[in-house]
Design a protein around this ligand. Structure first.
Ligand SMILES: NC(=O)c1ccc[n+]([C@@H]2O[C@H](COP(=O)([O-])OP(=O)(O)OC[C@H]3O[C@@H](n4cnc5c(N)ncnc54)[C@H](O)[C@@H]3O)[C@@H](O)[C@H]2O)c1
Length: 427
């Protein structure tokens, strides 16, 4: 057998399948519209069972049959994701499941769900609630009231709390309160609290249960799911951390009513990032100025993209790196300027887009009140970029967007990003 010849044959089959895939998704578009108009849920397990039973009978080879069932199941999962994306908030589905085998978790997106923490989470035990002094204290108090034995640790707000010293304080509080592995950690706050508390949960006595209740837009659209936890070390972002999936994530958009406009804009930056790498329709909503106001559909759209990406690559060795779009230069900016994470991501995305996309992105960022230029020393930003822990063999894997909704990963020499820094960093 000639391997090249076989590969050519597979390519021809893949080409046929790609066009059949598009054809199938066009029909799914009609299914989504019908379900929306008739108030039917996306999930229809009985129909799925019928499809599997009927279609698997088409496969003659008994060894292939179970694999075909898997293929069908995956195809139906992709179709359901497509239906949800098309239906946005209209599907009534508020629970997403992050499917990661043994450490899968549910993500509930629902107004007012914070008040239902006691009913939704398993809190009748020792619970360490980690929050910060910028988060309205009533959020942590609401959770504490639902716990069997609550202990609240309030850390100073800001990135500075993502440190080994603050992390140690949380562990000490747990030790002093006599936590063993049956206790749990619950984060109530933004990405800083989530990353910090998640890391404490991941490492205390080799790991305890973790619940996440994100209260910033940035953490609701992005950081609260996916299981990345970390603290910074000597100015290097997320230098120490691990993967630790929460048992459950409760996303209550009502908590955003107390968030200031600057933080809302920061969350929007992360949402624009998600749109650019994986959801063209969402990007169009941003362009049309329709993404502000009711944030629930934006949150759900972003979570759908992130969920699919994490499920495909939990450990960040491949496709998950696309979520770092805007973060390569963004992280460098974060370490040398006073700007917030989301603002740095906004700036960091600009040089990584094709010219045509950039021209569409700039008015979107301006409309959201996000910066498109910053005063700093470009040389210092470049030096900070050279510290990036993701540089391997002199190359850094960066994410580029050539058209909204899709992106590519490319390994480049850091010097190749120098001109991009000059585009957004002005002396
Ligand atoms: N783990 C991940 O996958 C991931 C992804 C993206 C970002 N991050 C991390 O997230 C962090 C940034 O998160 P962030 O933008 O949420 O910042 P943050 O956690 O610092 O929160 C921003 C500010 O909002 C305040 N706040 C929080 N909730 C509030 C509320 N409901 N009302 C009023 N004020 C409120 C906080 O006190 C803080 O001052 C960075 O450290 C970043 O590295 C992690």
């Amino acid at each position: 057998m000639d391997l090249n010849e076989a590969r050519e044959k597979i390519k021809a089959v893949d080409e046929e399948m790609a066009s059949l895939f598009e054809k199938r998704m066009e029909i799914v578009r009609d299914v989504a519209a019908f379900k929306r108009e008739n108030g039917l849920p996306v999930e229809d397990p009985a129909q799925e069972a019928r499809v599997i039973e009927g279609r698997s009978a088409l496969i003659k080879d008994p060894e292939l049959k179970p694999l075909y069932v898997r293929f069908l199941q995956d195809t139906m999962d992709v179709s359901k994701t497509w239906q949800r994306l098309l239906s946005r908030d209209g599907d009534g589905v508020n629970t997403l499941r992050m499917d990661l085998g043994g450490h899968s978790c549910d993500i509930l997106v629902e107004r007012g769900c914070l008040k239902r923490a006691g009913e939704l989470l398993s809190l009748d035990r020792k619970v360490i609630i980690v929050t910060d002094d910028g988060v309205p204290p009533e959020y942590a108090a609401t959770v504490a009231a639902a716990c069997g034995e609550p202990y609240t640790v309030t850390v100073p707000q800001g990135e500075g709390s993502k440190s080994l010293a603050v992390y140690e304080k949380i562990l000490e509080a747990m030790l002093e309160a006599g936590f063993d592995r049956s206790g749990c950690v619950c984060a109530v706050g933004g990405g800083v609290v989530g990353d910090l508390a998640g890391f404490a949960a991941a490492t205390y006595m080799r790991g305890v249960d973790f619940y996440s209740i994100p209260t910033t837009l940035l953490s609701q659209v992005d950081s609260s799911i996916g299981g990345k936890t970390a603290v910074d070390l000597r100015g290097v972002k997320n230098a120490v951390g691990t993967f630790w999936q929460p048992e459950m994530v409760l996303i209550d958009p009502d908590t955003l009513t107390t968030l200031d406009q600057r933080e809302i804009a920061c969350g929007m930056a992360e949402a624009v990032k998600t749109a650019l790498i994986g959801d063209e329709e969402l990007f169009r909503l941003f362009e049309e100025g329709k993404a502000s106001g009711d944030l629930l559909p934006v949150i759900k759209a972003c979570l759908a993209v992130k969920k699919a990406t994490v499920e495909a690559d939990e450990r960040d060795t491949g496709v998950r790196k696309t979520l770092n779009f805007g973060h390569t230069i963004g992280h460098a900016l974060e370490s040398v300027t006073e700007l917030h994470h989301g603002e740095c991501v906004a700036l960091g995305m600009i040089p990584m887009c094709a010219q045509e996309v950039r021209e569409r992105l700039l008015p979107v960022l301006e409309g959201l009140g996000l910066p498109t230029e910053v005063r700093a020393d470009p040389d210092e930003v470049f030096r900070a970029l050279m510290y990036d822990k993701k540089i391997r063999d002199g190359l850094i894997t960066a994410v580029f967007v050539e058209r909204p909704g899709s992106c590519v990963l490319r390994a480049v020499r850091p010097e190749e990003l120098r001109a991009g820094i000059d585009l957004v960093v002005k002396r």
